[in-house]
Design a binder for this molecule. Structure first.
Ligand SMILES: NCc1[nH]cc(CCC(=O)O)c1CC(=O)O
Length: 317
């Protein structure tokens, strides 16, 4: 039975990429909307990122997201779902971030043949990633690993370990969780070793800003803690004027703090870093502050990174 929030609106059409990962995460949102009394279905949209296997650094910003936003603006769908980390940081005045649902594990994951953890991989092991952020942080570990390019869907990336082409790959753990393959993770990489991409593991659920009814419906799916964390992480990226392929990592979490009277209150803990592409240096900084100051915390932390020399390692977006 539809609940009190139900409306007479036609079925909500959710635009998503067609990969197994994308459709799984979009179906999760469709199911939640339907359960809330707002029937929803998926509309598959092909993006430049799906039709090219060139490194994202070459195809450019927005490869996975532009086509979905265009479909939203053209009325081919009512809602656009993106992996939040794929979204450019530039604001879009005609679009609303209707919901940032509770994120899954933001960490990167090592998937290696034989289940070896990072510290067990022998020097000379080949490790697949086309992400400058992952490559730089792996090189900074000084383990003598050989970085190899890696694109394609999750299934084909993992396949290159299984078929012996590579000794290991690094991918977002969230992707593996969403497609039900978290058991293949050899090691969830701690952020002190590998800072994840800003917004990794989070979804962006957008609609047109002037669709007030849909803005209200989507708000039911919002997780304010995830939204604050992602806002802080992306403020770091935006302030550094770095693109999604820059060697910039950031992770924020809402944590419990305790005041001088012993009262527990929520704060936002934010860590971020910028790595030299060759792994010769990683500049890191961290801050803890009010959750409602998420964006300012991110801006301030980026300013601190710049003071520490980050600009040298950040290619302009
Ligand atoms: N850049 C592609 C991309 N966009 C989102 C994810 C994973 C899931 C997520 O972070 O939400 C991936 C794959 C990866 O980085 O391994």
């Amino acid at each position: 039975m539809p609940n009190a929030a139900s409306t007479d609106r036609p079925v909500i059409r959710i635009g998503t990429r067609g990969s197994q990962l994308a459709t799984t995460q979009a179906q999760g949102i469709a199911d939640r909307l339907t359960a809330n009394g707002h029937p929803a279905e998926l509309v598959i949209i092909t993006t430049a990122g799906d039709t090219s296997t060139a490194p994202v650094a070459q195809i450019g910003v927005g490869v996975f997201t532009t086509a979905i936003r265009t479909a939203l603006r053209n009325g081919e769908c009512d809602v656009a779902i993106h992996s939040y980390k794929d979204l450019p940081t530039a604001p879009e005045a005609d679009l609303a971030m209707g919901a940032v649902p509770t994120r899954v594990d933001p960490r990167d994951a090592l998937v290696s043949r034989g289940g070896l953890v990072l510290g067990e991989l022998p020097a000379g092991s080949t490790i697949g990633t086309s992400s400058p952020r992952r490559a730089a942080q792996l090189k900074a570990q000084g383990l003598g690993l050989e970085i190899r390019p890696l694109r394609g869907n999750l299934d084909s990336r993992l396949g290159r370990v299984a078929n012996g082409e590579l000794d290991a790959v690094v991918v977002a753990r969230a992707g593996l969780v969403r497609i039900g393959r978290a058991d293949e993770v050899s090691e969830a990489l701690d952020p002190t070793v590998m800072l994840p991409a800003p917004a990794q593991g989070a979804l962006a659920v957008e609609c047109l800003a002037d669709d007030a009814e849909l803005v209200r419906i989507l708000a039911e799916l919002d997780d304010p803690s995830t939204r604050a964390a992602v806002d802080a992480e992306r403020a770091v990226l935006a302030t550094l004027e770095a693109g999604c392929t820059a060697p910039v990592g950031a992770i924020a979490e809402v944590v419990d703090s305790i005041d001088s009277d012993g009262r527990i209150f929520a704060e936002l803990s934010l860590r971020a870093g910028v790595a030299a592409e060759d792994g010769s240096d990683v500049i890191r900084a961290s801050v803890v502050g009010p959750v409602e100051k998420a964006v300012q915390l991110g801006k301030d932390l980026a300013a601190e990174l710049l003071e520490l020399g980050a600009a040298e390692y950040v290619p302009k977006a």
